[in-house]
Write a protein that binds this ligand. Structure first.
Ligand code: PGA
Length: 250
């Protein structure tokens, strides 16, 4: 049976010293992991310090975003090839804060995703509908619009690198979790898109959006959900510990 995934997105939090302390707790926690692959996406600033703490652990460290070009005049950016070179295992792309707060277009996100795949990193591709899109009955269309361009990048060689993180935007950082039925419906639609485009691909599907110890068990029990992308709760050791225990025992 493949492992559950528990990916923490630290967003713009924790200076290197605090990031090192927290990651060393996660390294100890996951030492004898049976059922769970943990990954953490710290800030770029804390990346080296965090990787240094992970020496002999199998924890994955990854970027919160990545530029598709290897290097060059791209102020403020870090490339997928740089992440790969310093020991990252994955990068997120398409996070709703990049789409809706920083204004990244699907076209840019698709290029970034391509760069991540080309550099042999796992791609944790984030997508999901906003509240307005959900209320207008457009969830399926949004899933298609955001997933089809990524499926076009997938081939027989790179399909194992793809991890899909379905995150309804209205559930991120709000304390509002999608209902189990919402999650089931979305997972079915996502699997349908995969089947109709790249049937050989069996990408893990994660749920993200206000995942906490009191809701995770139910979410992880949904058929087709292999884990979670966690923001707030990944910054608090006690909460992350509980999520990890659920993941190990589920
Ligand atoms: P949250 O964030 O768990 O704080 O809702 C999830 C995410 O942004 O990936």
């Amino acid at each position: 049976m493949s492992k559950h995934l528990l990916i923490g997105n630290w967003k713009m939090n924790l200076l290197p010293e605090d990031a090192s302390k927290l990651i060393s707790q996660y390294v100890s926690l996951t030492k004898n992991s049976n059922r769970t692959q943990v990954g953490i996406a710290p800030t770029f600033l804390a990346m080296s310090a965090v990787i240094a703490e992970c020496n002999s652990s199998d924890l994955w460290i990854g970027g919160q975003n990545a530029h598709q070009e290897n290097d060059g005049a791209f102020t403020g950016e870090v490339s997928a090839s740089m992440l790969q070179a310093i020991g990252c295992a994955f990068s997120l792309t398409g996070h709703s804060e990049c789409r809706h707060v920083l204004g990244e277009s699907q076209d840019l996100i698709t290029k970034r995703s391509s760069g991540v795949l080309d550099n042999q990193l796992k791609l944790v591709y984030c997508f999901g509908e906003t509240l307005a899109e959900k209320e207008a009955g457009n969830r399926s269309k949004v899933l298609q619009d955001q997933l089809l361009p990524i499926m076009e990048l997938i081939n027989e060689k790179n399909h194992n690198q793809l991890i899909l993180a379905y995150e309804p935007v209205w559930a991120i950082g709000t304390g509002k979790v999608a209902t189990i039925q919402d999650i089931k419906d979305s997972v079915l639609e996502i699997n349908e898109i995969i089947k109709n485009t790249k049937p050989f691909c069996n990408a893990a599907i994660l749920y993200g959006g206000s995942v906490k110890p009191d809701n995770y068990q139910q979410i992880l029990a949904v058929q087709g959900v292999s884990g979670a992308l966690v923001g707030g709760a990944s910054l608090k050791y006690e909460q992350f510990l509980e999520l990890y225990k659920i993941s190990e025992n589920c």
